[in-house]
Design a protein around this ligand. Structure first.
Ligand code: NAI
Length: 336
C-alpha cells in the first residue's frame, strides 16, 4: 500500500525543486501516493487563501506533508502560513540536521542536529504597547511563555532522537543566568529529563557562549536542544557552517503530524531560470522517508546526492557548478 503524502510544491523555485525531488524519490522506488495541494501565492491564486482549507484537510488525512517554500503575502487579513500549520498540527519540534558534505572548507567534520522548540517562548504572540503620558507606544512588552509540559516534550524528543540515531550527547542551550524563571524552568526540566537517559551525555551551555563555540569548534556538538528564539537564530547560523541554504533541510514534527521542508525560501532572484539546487528539499524528503520507517532508502538517496555534490561535476551554481536543476537531478538519479 503506498503511503499518502500531501505535496505542497510552493512558490518561486518551489515547483521546480519539488518535481526534482519527486522524480528522485520515484527513481529510488519510494512507495508514495502524492496528494498535490496549494498554499502561499499558489493558494491565493487558486482559492484566495494562502493556506486553503483543502490543504489543511489533506494534511489532516495524510498526517505527512512535503512542503516547498511559500511566499507569505504581506498585508492585513492573511493568516500566517507557518503559524497556522504549527498550531493546527501542534508541530512542537523543529529538527534541522547539518553535516559537512564537502571537505576542504573551513570545517571538516560537522555533524549536528538542532532540535528547536517550535510553539512556545517569545513566539506565542503575547505582546502589547504601554502608554506613558501622551505616548501610546512609549514601551512595549513581549511575553516569553515556557511551560513544563512544552519543555519536557522537546527535551525528551531530543534525547529520544539521540538514542534512535546512535548519537552520544545532548547539549541544552539556555539563558537561565539572566531569565531565571522562563529559561530557568526550561533548564530545570532539561536536567530532570537528562537523568532518565544514562547512555547519553548531557551538557548545558549559555546561548551567547554557544554562538561563539559554534563558530570556533562546531565539531564538538552533536544534538542541540533549545527554546524557540534561540533555536531560530542558531539554526540559521548552523546552516551557514555547512555550505548554506541549498543543503539545509528541516522537519516540523508533532503528535498531530509532520511537515518536511527546505530551510530556504522561494529564491525570487533565480525563480524560473531552472538553476535552483533541489538538495535541501531532497534532504528534507529523506528525513520524511526516515519518519515513514524507510530509512534504508533515505540513506541510499543521501549517498547518491552527496557523492554527486562531492564529485562537483554536475552541480548547480550555488555549489560552484554550472548544471541546471534538471541536469543535477539526472546526475543523482544516474548514481541511484
Ligand atoms: P531565500 O532563501 O529565498 O533566498 C536567499 C538567497 O539564497 C537567494 O540569493 C537565493 O537565490 C538563494 N537560494 C535559496 N534557495 C536556493 C536554492 N535551492 N538553490 C540555489 N540558491 C538558493 O530567502 P529570501 O530571499 O529572504 O526570501 C524569499 C521569499 O521566501 C520571501 O517571500 C520569504 O517570505 C519566503 N520564505 C519562505 C520560507 C518557507 O516557506 N519556509 C522560508 C524563508 C523565506
Amino acid at each position: 500500500m503506498p503511503t499518502p503524502v500531501t505535496l505542497i510544491s510552493g512558490d518561486g523555485i518551489g515547483p521546480s525543486i519539488s518535481s526534482a525531488t519527486v522524480r528522485i524519490l520515484e527513481a529510488a522506488g519510494a512507495d508514495i501516493e502524492w496528494d498535490n495541494q496549494y498554499a502561499g501565492q499558489a493558494g491565493v491564486a487558486k482559492y484566495g487563501d494562502p493556506i486553503p482549507d483543502q490543504t489543511l484537510d489533506s494534511i489532516k488525512r495524510t498526517r505527512i506533508a512535503l512542503k516547498g517554500p511559500l511566499e507569505t503575502p504581506v498585508g492585513e487579513g492573511f493568516r500566517s502560513i507557518n503559524v497556522q500549520l504549527r498550531k493546527t498540527f501542534d508541530l512542537y519540534a523543529n529538527i534541522r540536521p547539518a553535516h559537512t558534505i564537502v571537505k576542504g572548507g573551513r570545517y571538516e567534520n560537522i555533524d549536528l542536529v538542532m532540535v528547536r522548540e517550535n510553539t512556545e517562548g517569545l513566539y506565542v504572540g503575547i505582546e502589547h504597547y504601554i502608554k506613558i503620558g501622551s505616548d501610546p507606544r512609549a514601551a512595549a512588552e513581549s511575553v516569553a511563555l515556557i511551560t513544563r509540559v512544552g519543555s519536557e516534550r522537546i527535551v525528551k524528543y531530543a534525547f529520544d532522537y539521540a538514542v534512535k540515531h546512535g548519537r552520544r550527547k545532548v547539549t541544552l542551550v539556555h539563558k537561565a543566568n539572566i531569565l531565571k524563571y522562563s529559561q530557568g524552568l526550561f533548564l530545570d526540566v532539561g536536567r530532570m529529563v537528562a537523568r532518565e537517559y544514562d547512555t547519553i551525555e548531557f551538557e548545558e551551555v549559555i546561548v551567547d557562549a554557544m554562538a561563539m563555540n559554534l563558530v570556533l569548534r562546531p565539531e564538538r556538538y552533536d544534538v542541540i536542544v533549545t527554546t524557540n528564539l534561540f533555536g531560530d537564530i542558531l539554526s540559521d547560523q548552523i546552516s551557514g557552517l555547512v555550505g548554506g541554504l541549498g543543503l539545509a533541510p528541516g522537519a516540523n514534527i508533532g503528535h498531530g503530524g509532520a511537515i518536511f521542508e527546505a530551510v530556504h525560501g522561494t529564491a525570487p532572484d533565480i525563480a524560473g531560470k531552472g538553476i535552483a539546487n533541489p538538495g535541501a528539499l531532497l534532504l528534507a524528503a529523506c528525513m520524511m522517508l526516515e519518519y515513514m520507517n524507510d530509512g534504508e532508502r533515505a540513506n541510499r538517496i543521501r549517498r547518491a546526492f552527496e557523492e554527486t555534490v562531492r564529485e562537483k561535476k554536475t552541480v548547480t551554481r550555488d555549489l560552484g557548478g554550472t548544471a541546471s536543476t534538471d541536469q543535477f537531478t539526472e546526475a543523482v538519479i544516474a548514481r541511484l
